[in-house]
Design a protein around this ligand. Structure first.
Ligand SMILES: Cc1cc2nc3c(=O)[nH]c(=O)nc-3n(C[C@H](O)[C@H](O)[C@H](O)COP(=O)(O)O)c2cc1C
Length: 285
């Protein structure tokens, strides 16, 4: 039951919800208003485009009413500011050892979860450690596991460099893997969905930018992913990541103990203009 409703007082019969529906399941009903017949409900993507596009907020679906949506007009970020955010986002490897405000923590996750998913599957799961103590506990367990493997000469092929991190930890108590961050985020998604890897990465990329826009430092963390997923896969179970999930990626985050003054200057972008000069020469069909 997708609960598609149209407010007859505010619907202008513009038909935009009908035209924009990717499943093309909305049509004008016998009463003259947009409707979804019971037999077509099953092919609804649950994308809510009908709710989003309605100029008068007349459409509600899946129990969601337009009045709870954010209005877009005049509220989108200034492109120059967004450009500076993208150019100025940095990998943060020094964190304050304090937990984020729980309201901000929750908001970052809620907003990142809005990211698109293939076929709108919406199955990305955020596994989080919400305190510095928990990350430190995990770090200690991972380091103990890595130490055991190093001592037994049992690190997997290609992962021998983890011995350096164990050595640095033993000598200096310097945490090269988790960077002594107060929080950890892992995105995972069921293997069964259309695009689990992409869904996780897009959610994390959204998290990354929104976190940094809020003054929160982030670090994409391939080392933590390798340690938890490939070298010590029992860590997955320990963290409650379902066995049938693709381990998307890991990210540590928290209040930065470092502030960058300016953007870096990568580029020029690698751009290859394919079919240059060919499209106009294509034979007419
Ligand atoms: C997929 C991915 C995995 C990464 N894994 C690590 C990591 O395990 N440890 C680390 O210190 N940095 C890691 N980084 C950060 C990169 O080294 C960093 O993005 C790059 O040096 C550029 O710096 P910037 O992010 O500040 O622009 C990772 C970045 C990406 C995109």
């Amino acid at each position: 039951m997708i609960d598609f409703k149209v407010n007859r007082q505010s619907c202008t019969l513009c038909g935009e919800c009908i035209t924009d529906c990717p499943s093309r399941i909305i049509s004008f009903g016998e009463d003259g208003y947009p409707t979804i017949t019971a037999e077509k409900e099953g092919t609804c993507y649950r994308c809510q485009h009908c709710l989003a596009i309605c100029p008068t907020g007349a459409v509600s679906i899946l129990g969601h009413h337009a009045s709870f949506s954010h209005l877009l007009k005049g509220a989108l970020p200034d492109p120059d500011a967004l450009e500076t955010l993208i150019r100025g986002r940095r990998s943060v490897r020094r964190f304050k050892q304090e937990n984020l405000d729980p309201v901000l923590f929750q908001r970052l996750l809620d907003v990142a979860w809005q990211a698109p998913t293939g076929v709108n599957s919406r199955q990305v799961r955020f596994t989080v450690l919400d305190s510095h103590d928990k990350v430190a506990l995990l770090r200690d367990e991972v380091m103990a596991g890595l130490t055991r493997l190093v001592n037994n000469n049992a690190l997997p092929d290609g992962m021998g460099f983890f011995a350096n991190f164990v050595s640095i930890w033993e000598k200096h108590r310097s945490d090269v893997i988790f960077r002594d961050a107060p929080h950890l985020l892992i995105a995972s998604a069921p293997h069964s969905v259309a695009s689990p890897m992409q869904d996780c990465m897009i959610a994390l990329a959204s998290f990354d930018l929104f976190a940094q826009a809020n003054g929160v430092g982030t670090l994409w963390n391939g080392l933590a992913k390798w340690a938890m997923n490939e070298i010590l896969p029992e860590t997955r179970h320990r963290l409650g990541i379902p066995a049938d999930h693709h381990f998307g990626y890991a990210m540590v985050f928290g209040k930065p103990a470092v502030h960058y003054a300016r953007t870096v200057q990568h580029g020029p972008a690698l751009i290859y203009r394919a079919l240059e000069g060919e499209a106009s020469e294509a034979p007419a069909l």
